[in-house]
Design a binder for this molecule. Structure first.
Ligand code: F0G
Length: 454
């Protein structure tokens, strides 16, 4: 197959359909709220045509590798490079910022401390707007534009809003973002403003924003770009494909992801199940989901048997995952069960420690991403993960997404006035507060000396 293989011929015959995850209803179209017309549950995209024209692992893995040499927009995108496993669209229709293509880093210091030979982190914070959302947004924004929408919208804890605003601007559409007032990082908000979104800070939490958006899209010609939109999850699947490619198609033992609204874990899980079914990998990695203890709806739901959602009143400084009523909980329970993964919760202190440790590797991430390292420690303790197994941590957001958190941490202010204040003293060795000095050589040499001794 030619590496630049045509979109157009594929686009002529759409291969995907919408499938209800609860009642199994199949359809060729979806309504604006992306809910099943029969039972109102979530939809996923399925590819019945794969049964007649099965994607061939050997052919495709070499095609995808060859595309890395090509310079056209679609092949420079770490999402559209894998287009054979995505919904079909013409190449000239895609809205892309060259997302994906994110690095896989060794966390050698953490590995050493944990007694593991290796520990790897896939840093999705290295996407165009600084989070994993871009991999889904390129696909969903493409289909929004193709459907002729002028407005796109989302509810968000911050990262989705930045990504929606950027892709809408690139695609010549307008964007509306609904965020909880006061509970998101200004850095993320500043991106939405810069990319031209109509930004509404609502006096509610994320769950309230999402509820309102679901009503809005049924009343106005606005296309919703939350991860309820199954096109988003198809794009986010490619993170798993790219990871497997980076591992030369040798699956890891474990993949660990943070859990908020649970779209990402669902997408990665869907990719793994498809890859396994199609014969790209011989065994399934276990996909585990980690939540902040203050926003642990999935943890509680799984403990309760996983058949009904136990929602919570969320509270965590990892604001990206400050979600109490995760929309994709059923999909996440399914991938946990199907891959044999675990679900864990971590405390605010554990998150802060893990974030500082990832920072000390010269990598950094936002607090919500650090739950993966904190969760790994718990999974090792539980012996769910063995030290000699291959583990991938999914770092979902860039360190600069929430600089206030980092600064508060290093200045020793993160836990001031909270019930964790005295326990936080244990984090002091990880803090590197700035030092204010007279501008003299002696003062700087003194600081160097002091640092050498500590
Ligand atoms: N990590 C980061 C950095 C996030 O921004 C999010 C979600 C998650 C993890 C959790 O992913 O929701 O798919 O389980 N952020 C959303 C937002 C909710 O609006 O930006 P999830």
């Amino acid at each position: 197959m030619d590496a630049s293989s045509t979109f157009a011929q594929d686009a002529a015959q759409a291969m995907e359909r919408f499938h209800c995850i609860a009642c199994g209803h199949l359809s060729d179209t979806a309504s604006q709220d992306f809910r099943c017309p029969q039972c109102h549950d979530l939809l996923e995209i399925v590819y019945p045509a794969w049964k007649q024209r099965k994607p061939e692992p050997e052919q495709l893995t070499s095609l995808w590798r060859n595309r890395r040499m090509l310079m056209n927009d679609a092949d420079l995108s770490g999402v559209w490079r894998f287009r054979e496993l995505l919904p079909t669209v013409g190449e000239d229709q895609i809205v892309t910022l060259r997302e994906g293509n994110t690095p896989l880093y060794e966390l050698s210091r953490s590995a050493r401390t944990l007694g593991m030979p290796h520990l790897l982190a896939k840093h999705q914070g290295m996407n165009p707007t600084g989070s994993f959302k871009d991999t889904g947004m390129t696909v969903a924004a493409t289909f929004a534009r193709r459907a002729g929408f002028h407005w796109v919208a989302c509810a968000s804890t911050g990262n989705t809003s930045a990504s929606v605003a950027a892709y809408a601007a690139r695609g010549g559409m307008r964007s509306l973002v609904l965020v909880p007032e006061g509970k998101i990082s200004w850095s993320k908000l500043s991106q939405a403003l810069d990319y031209g979104a109509v930004t509404c800070q609502l006096r509610t939490d994320f769950d309230g924003c999402l509820r309102l958006l679901q009503e809005l899209v049924l009343r106005a010609p606005v296309y919703q770009l939350n991860s309820i939109n199954p096109f988003r999850l198809e794009g986010q699947k490619t993170v798993a494909l790219e990871l497997l490619e980076q591992l030369e198609w040798e699956p890891p033992d474990h993949i660990i992801v943070p859990g908020g609204n649970l779209g990402n874990s669902s997408a990665i899980g869907k990719a793994l199940l498809e890859m396994h079914e199609l014969g790209f990998i011989a065994r399934l990695p276990k996909l585990s989901v980690i939540q902040a203890a203050g926003a642990n709806a999935l943890v509680r739901t799984v403990r309760d048997g996983g058949r009904q959602l136990i929602s919570v009143q969320p509270d965590t400084r990892a604001t990206a995952i400050r979600i109490g009523n995760p929309a994709s909980w059923k999909k996440a329970v399914h991938v946990l069960e199907a891959t044999g993964g675990a679900c864990e919760e971590v405390s605010e202190i554990e998150i802060a420690r893990a974030k500082a440790e990832i920072g000390a590797e010269g990598i950094g991430c936002e607090p919500a991403s650090a739950v993966t390292l904190a969760g790994l420690k718990k999974l090792l303790e539980r012996k769910f993960v063995k030290p000699d197994e291959t583990v991938i941590l999914m770092l979902t957001g860039h360190s600069l997404k929430d600089p206030d958190y980092t600064i508060d941490f290093h200045r020793g202010e993160l836990f001031k006035g909270t019930s964790d204040e005295s326990a936080a003293a244990a984090l002091n060795p990880l803090r590197h507060p700035p030092i204010v000095l007279d501008a003299t050589l002696d003062a700087v040499l003194g600081a160097l000396d002091q640092a050498e001794k500590s």
